[in-house]
Design a protein around this ligand. Sequence first.
Ligand code: BYC
Length: 312
Amino acid sequence: MDEAAELLAFEAKVAREERIEPKDWMPDAYRKNLIRQMSQHAHSEVIGMQPEGNWLTRAPTLRRKAILLAKVQDEGGHGLYLYGATETLGITREELIDALHEGRAKYASIFNYPSLTWADIGAIGWLVDGAAIVNQISLQRTSYGPYARAMVRICKEESFHQRQGYEIMLTLARGSAEQKAMAQDALNRWWWPSLMMFGPHDAESAHSAQSMRWKIKRQSNDELRQKFVDQTVPQADFIGLAIPDPQLKFNADRGHYDFGPIDWDEFQRVVAGNGPCNRERLANHLTAHREGEWVREAMAAHDAKRRARSAA
Ligand code: BYC
């Protein structure tokens, strides 16, 4: 088949809702767009371990510590599935990590904010994992097979993460006046960055139109953001916390909450590398990567030995 025929066959397959698999023909732009989105997703999971990892030594009880430890390890696991799924597109883990270190690949803006109090751990689970699930449930139906399959397990784990965060917030909100104030302060700081997680408005989203045509994305940035707001506001009401948005109001005609404008200048600043913790996050990743050099070398030596033995 020539390239035009290959493209038609590819598009017909996507239209029939069949999954594209690693060995199938795919347009180069589809492959590149997937590598971009999936690797950014993987980097987000791994960099996202830092704000919560920061509280492992200060969790208020042994039980809370064990739960948080499991959650942070899950995020590392999500990064691994996603790097593995991205490698099926013909790129190596080393290339992906280099792109992160050299600033050619992004990760979710939200992880450039500091986790200042224990309530931030609740807010991250409730809001950040909550936003991630809304997005990732939709991605379970993405057209690329390995990405869609990775999402199934990730969503199950994110659902536990969201509940553990909400339970921390519920406990604080029902605690002393000081604890409730701490929970409200965390909600105030994490609310708007959580809305930014869904990316720019649809009209400004560079990749959306093509990604929707190829069914890489199944719902737009604004649709997913609205879904998140609609599901989260009643949860805040239930625990007696106030969403920090004076314009937030249920619109009976639309059947959705209207909400105030997002500060896109702040989003651009953070994405450009100038958020409160961008440098620290990347520096920590670089240090961990360098410190892990000996592990990679040992693994490679072991692998070479095993191959030599099986060839003999
Ligand atoms: N932050 O054309 P657009 C987790 C960039 S972690 C930074 O709409 P797209 C967790 C975008 O990359 C899970 N950059 O892009 C872990 C693009 O720039 P480039 C995180 C952003 O890809 C630990 C430009 O803006 N989830 O759950 O169509 C603890 C224009 O945007 C952001 C995922 O990664 C952002 N928020 O749509 C707790 C989901 N938004 O690449 C929890 C997978 C946009 O051209 N990703 N940009 O330089 C996606 O679904 C999509 O990539 C997005 C953006 C919806 C995020």
